[in-house]
Design a protein around this ligand. Structure first.
Ligand SMILES: [Zn+2]
Ligand SMILES: [Zn+2]
Length: 254
């Protein structure tokens, strides 16, 4: 979580970030909970970088510090409409890393893995791994400094995050990092299964109750039980709606 500060110096974090395009799309603009996370630097909807300052007065966003009641998307200091803030860019590799980190955290929280504390402290030390010198802790860096940090880490080996004495956990983290996120990994796995099933068709009959859409729906239900797990359910729904029941697309033992 980003810390609350009275005055944020340049390169230092502020209390909250925002995506100007999300605010502009909202009927009643509001700040998202995930914009408080130091591990988030881009908008998963618009693909642009988040911002943590008003582009007009350079002040941190302090919607809670209003002297008069105004909508949240106006800077409390100078009144600038944050929906009009220019687009910030983040390299695709850094966005893939961010998405993979988000998914790794969610998977490890959902599984209740003990190494989650170790994972959090590694994330906090990310600026050290990235050789970003303005602060040693991720939560202390401004959004633009964290974007640079993620861009630098995306070009480095993934040991800073993936390595673990439990080989299974390290392997799972590497798979998610290599795929650029959990949903992409599952999508690839599903494609592979489909190809495999195509090559087997129509040699065997399908056992009841084990077809792929049913399995994916059940898995999506488990995963949507974890907080914010929206993207995964979207991809599963898309896959299920694209599913043709006349095709013999089933999972078989062996
Ligand atoms: Zn957005
Ligand atoms: Zn301002």
């Amino acid at each position: 979580m980003l810390p609350l500060r009275e005055n944020a110096k340049r390169n230092r974090s502020t209390w909250i970030q925002y995506c100007p395009f999300c605010l502009a799309d909202d009927e009643a603009p509001y700040f998202r909970r995930q914009w408080r996370l130091a591990s988030r630097v881009s908008c998963f909807v618009h693909g642009c970088g988040l911002r943590d300052r008003c582009p007009a007065c350079r002040g941190g966003i302090a919607a809670f510090d209003q002297t008069e009641l105004i909508p949240q998307h106006f800077c409390a200091r100078c009144g600038f409409d944050l929906c009009r803030a220019p687009k910030a860019t983040v390299k695709a590799a850094a966005r893939r890393l961010e998405r993979a980190i988000d998914d790794i955290c969610r998977v490890e929280v959902a599984k209740g893995s003990p190494p989650i504390n170790g994972l959090v402290s590694r994330l906090l030390r990310a600026p050290v791994a990235a050789d970003v010198t303005s602060a040693k802790t991720l939560t202390n860096l401004s959004t633009s400094a964290r974007i640079r940090c993620f861009e630098s880490l995306a070009a480095k080996p993934d040991d800073w995050l993936a390595a673990d004495k439990d080989a299974t956990i390290a392997h799972r983290r590497r798979l998610i990092l290599a795929a650029g996120g959990h949903d992409r990994l599952i999508a690839r796995f599903t494609d592979l299964l489909e190809k495999h099933q195509d090559s087997l068709r129509p040699k065997r009959s399908s056992p009841p109750g084990t077809d792929l859409p049913v399995l994916l729906t059940a898995y999506a239900r488990i995963m949507t039980g974890t907080r914010h797990f929206v993207r995964w359910s979207e991809i599963v729904s898309a896959r299920i709606s694209a599913y043709d029941p006349n095709q013999d697309l089933t999972l078989r033992p062996g």
